[in-house]
Design a protein around this ligand. Structure first.
Ligand code: MN
Length: 279
């Protein structure tokens, strides 16, 4: 089995080393294409207005000055020689990717790009407690449970327009007892905030971050599984349509369009419909 690994924490992230350890339990044919710099929160950004520089760090190992989406696209189109990878693994992210955050996540986006280009993909994230002195310990749960879980998922398979979003709870490992297939949740409180600070020259700047707040996620959600210390596996797809609202809204909205009153029609605007020479 040929594997392509990416992440959003960057080529030097501890979580990528954890992912490589997981991957090597499944195959020796492991390719890595990861961002030079951290891209957390990059979502599905694709670099279109800048060139993409690639650094080959070793055999089958590339650092790209771009986003996770750039990395997966470049790897599948150019960097991986020979057969196409059978599986894209994205992560292991430092921090969980749950609920509404999955649409912000570069880790999830790396998996989505694999799926979009026809390669089955799994995003993996590791919830972390307070930062420890030895960052490697933070990924102990993912490293211990990831190999068997990924192998089982690959064996079971999933639809081609779906990715799997896996979240490992914080450790210790022996306290994690079960895995649950979940649906994407939605927080009942907002956990993001912006902190205003002042630089050495008296100017203000901001840091965006997360705060820990009590929440009561619904049963069956990724959030509830994470809160209760279970491994969460959420099948996701990128059809963002809300089916029920399509039906409800269509009943009231489908039909002829209503134009603005003629006084504002483009033919009456100075310069005409295509604008004047100085517009
Ligand atoms: Mn990240």
């Amino acid at each position: 089995m040929r594997l392509l690994l990416t992440n959003d924490d960057g080529i030097h992230a501890q979580g990528l080393a954890a992912l490589e350890a997981i991957a090597r339990t499944l195959s020796d044919d492991v390719w890595i294409a990861a961002p030079e710099a951290e891209q957390s929160g990059a979502s599905r950004a694709l670099t279109l207005a800048e060139p993409l520089r690639v650094r080959e760090l070793g055999p089958r190992r590339f650092a790209i000055r771009g986003t996770p989406t750039d990395c997966v696209m470049l790897a599948l189109e150019h960097l991986v020689e020979g057969p196409r990878p059978d599986l894209v693994l994205s992560g292991v992210n430092r921090g969980a990717n749950l609920a509404e955050d999955v649409t912000l996540s570069g880790t999830v986006a790396g998996a989505i790009e694999g799926m979009a280009l026809g390669v089955p993909a799994i995003a993996l994230s590791q919830a972390v407690g307070p930062f420890t002195a030895d960052a490697r310990e933070d990924f102990a749960v993912a490293e211990a449970l990831g190999p068997d879980l990924v192998a089982r998922l690959v064996e079971m398979g999933w639809p081609r327009d779906v990715i799997l979003n896996v979240n490992f709870p914080a450790g210790p490992v022996d306290r994690v007892e079960s895995v649950e297939v979940t649906r994407q949740g939605f927080r009942d409180v907002s956990v993001r905030f912006a902190e205003k600070r002042t630089d050495l020259r008296g100017r203000s700047y901001f840091w965006l971050g997360y705060k820990t707040l009590p929440s009561r996620p619904a049963a069956g959600t990724d959030l509830r599984a994470a809160y209760e210390g279970r491994v969460s596996v959420t099948p996701l797809h990128i059809d963002l349509t809300h089916a029920q609202t399509v039906a409800d809204l269509a009943l009231r909205l489908n039909g002829p369009v209503a134009r603005l009153a003629s006084g504002l029609a483009s033919s009456d605007v100075p310069g005409g419909a295509h604008g004047g020479a100085d517009s």
